[in-house]
Write a protein that binds this ligand. Structure first.
Ligand SMILES: [Zn+2]
Length: 238
């Protein structure tokens, strides 16, 4: 069997019920989970700031000392924030793994999404009558082939809010964006790859051609070892 290089998908498949902007957000979130540990807080914010839901948000609160022009002569604040974002990234990876394991949404995950969305889609504003919660979003009206389209666009406030909204989109059954989501399980020198990707074919299980080939070599090796053990009484390490 030949493996096709073009089959590795970094984005969810198109679905009638999702918009291009929504798919792009889910892609950025899964991309972040696949990246190495964050170098600087600015790099993490920049990763998500490419997205229109962030670009159009009047409420984005940067915590990057460089963007805020805060003094940070020895880089300690920046390093601490990069570590914090590393924690956010680890939590995201665990949640994605949980989603893959459950092949759906656990009640804990559902409660988390609900709580996070309620918080991220409103902001508390002071008024003479007291504080009120103001919604953080807008309706985008589109026009496609003579038809009107309505789309909700949130004003995202930060990295965590962006991840929470992206995960909620991924989990929404109507949008079908988690269809074909996989985690590569091939291991090299005892370390599991762990990259998330969307498969193109029903049989695809690895994130890249290199890892498909690696898995194939390992399977062949296992078969040969088993054959030798059965037929020659030989096992590796003897
Ligand atoms: Zn892999």
């Amino acid at each position: 069997m030949r493996y096709v290089n073009a089959s590795m998908r970094k984005s969810p498949r198109k679905s009638v019920t999702s918009t291009e902007a929504e798919r792009a957000l889910v892609t950025l979130v899964v991309d972040f989970a696949n990246q190495g540990p964050p170098g600087t807080p600015g790099a993490v914010e920049h990763h998500f700031q490419q997205h229109p839901f962030v670009q159009r948000s009047p409420y984005w609160k940067s915590i990057d000392p460089v963007a805020l022009k805060q003094p940070d002569p020895d880089g300690q604040i920046s390093a601490a924030m990069a570590r914090d974002f590393g924690g956010v990234q680890l939590d995201l990876r665990r949640r994605l793994e949980g989603i893959m394991e459950a092949r759906g949404v656990s009640s804990t995950e559902r409660a988390k999404v609900e709580r996070n969305l309620q918080e991220l889609l409103t902001v508390v504003a002071g008024t003479p009558a007291g504080p009120i919660r103001v919604p953080l979003g807008t309706i985008a009206i589109g026009y496609q082939r003579g038809q009107l389209t309505l789309g909700f666009q949130p004003f995202l406030t930060g990295v965590q809010a962006t991840i929470d909204y992206g995960l909620a989109l991924l989990l929404d059954a109507q949008r079908e964006l988690s269809r074909g989501l996989m985690q590569c399980q091939v291991s090299k020198a005892g370390v599991v790859c762990g990259r998330f990707f969307w498969r193109s074919f029903g049989t695809e299980r690895y994130c890249s051609t290199a890892h498909q080939n690696l898995a194939r070599r390992k399977a062949t090796m296992r078969r040969q070892q088993k054959w030798r053990a059965t037929h020659l009484g030989w096992t590796a390490g003897k």
